[in-house]
Design a protein around this ligand. Structure first.
Ligand code: URA
Length: 202
């Protein structure tokens, strides 16, 4: 068994936060063991909790459409979430739940070593850039220590706010060029800049 699969088994039996008692199935994630691209969402919803697989409900269908629009299949990318168990009634994950689950995402990234990390929504963006606002940084790739961060809105947001659909469709169009640059070993993206808030401390 690979280390990634051993980690997934550990996630499936995890009781490190109260979500372990209310979930049906934990959702470790799925995809190739050495992906170029890793997509990280927020937390499993109803369908994911039933099936133990990430992004298999309506948001997942839209994610697959977005990927297909730039020539990618779902199976080309590794897909997971910040929190691996469904919060009851699909509420937002709590800080303690995010903290308890953080070790799994950190280890998955270490094992997978993706070149491009696509964050879907504000919770996964916050894992890498806690002070950034998704409305400002979506569609803007940047270098981080784990690789290239490519923040996008969450696909579910487009299902609630029609206007975000075209934003997501536009943002993902940048992904092929980014993949090409990575494959050619010449990614031209800026490193993280200090935010105005950080600078105001000095
Ligand atoms: N929303 C998420 O953030 N993750 C899923 O797996 C499904 C819906």
């Amino acid at each position: 068994m690979s280390e990634l699969e051993a980690l997934a088994q550990r996630i499936r039996t995890c009781q490190d936060c109260p979500l372990g008692r209310t979930r049906t199935l934990a959702v470790p994630g799925e995809g190739p063991e050495h992906p170029l691209v890793m997509c990280i969402g927020e937390a499993p919803g109803y369908h994911e909790d039933q099936q133990g697989r990430p992004f298999v409900g309506p948001a997942g269908k839209f994610l697959e459409e977005l990927l297909a629009s730039v020539g990618l299949k779902r199976s080309d990318v590794y897909i997971t979430n910040v929190v691996k168990c469904r919060p009851p009634d699909n509420r937002d994950p709590l800080p303690g739940e995010i903290e308890a689950c953080k070790k799994y995402l950190v280890r998955q990234i270490e094992l997978l070593q993706p070149k491009i990390i696509v964050t879907l929504g504000r919770y996964s963006l916050a894992h890498f850039a806690p002070r950034e606002s998704i409305s400002k940084v979506h569609g803007k790739p940047r270098k981080i220590k784990e690789g290239i961060l490519f923040p996008m809105y969450h696909p579910a947001a487009a299902l609630h706010y029609q206007a975000l659909r075209s934003t997501l469709e536009q943002d993902i169009r940048l992904l092929p060029a980014l993949i090409k640059q990575v494959q050619e070993g010449a990614a031209q993206v800026p490193s993280a800049q200090p935010s105005a808030q950080q600078l105001s401390m000095f």
